[in-house]
Design a protein around this ligand. Structure first.
Ligand code: 5GP
Ligand code: ZN
Length: 138
């Protein structure tokens, strides 16, 4: 399904031009218009999903193989030192475009891209409770 007034629906389906580096029946992979690093790309499905939660699992299973294919080609083409493959869901997690997409962020030694987080000590009882809570929802 395509969503009216969704910019990524339009880009993925070619109604708005982009620097597309790969296209198939399900996806367009485009260069990010405001790249975090040289070659920053986005895997954008042609159908609309706000984020990962609503995704059909069969469709979701197509995303990572494509991410791997793209990462291999980008690693060779860009001669980068690493690649972050990441995906944000909802505003609190940093999502700003509410059409599911996966970032491929090439990394270069000493670049200033920041995808780090502060780590905390875990509490054993809490970890056990969290484990139980999540497993109950599966
Ligand atoms: P998010 O923050 O939702 O995970 O990532 C959205 C990404 O889409 C950002 O990195 C942003 O630069 C990129 N972006 C937003 N609008 C456009 C656009 O019109 N064209 C392209 N190519 N990228 C876009
Ligand atoms: Zn959309």
């Amino acid at each position: 399904m395509i969503k009216e007034d969704c910019i990524f629906c339009k880009i993925a389906n070619g109604q708005i031009p982009s620097n597309s580096i790969y296209e198939d029946d399900d996806f367009n992979v485009i260069l990010d218009v405001s790249p975090a690093s040289r070659g920053h790309a986005l895997i954008v499905p042609k159908v609309h999903y706000d984020n990962a939660y609503g995704m059909d699992e069969t469709f979701a299973a197509k995303v990572f193989p494509l991410a791997v294919k793209m990462a291999k080609a980008m690693k060779k083409a860009l001669d980068c030192d690493g690649i972050n493959i990441l995906q944000n869901n909802e505003e609190a997690a940093g999502q700003t475009v509410f059409h599911f997409h996966t970032h491929l962020i090439p990394r270069y030694k000493d670049d200033e891209v920041d995808v780090t987080w502060k780590q905390h000590a875990s509490v054993a009882e809490e970890q056990i409770a969290i484990t139980k809570q999540i497993k109950e929802e599966l």
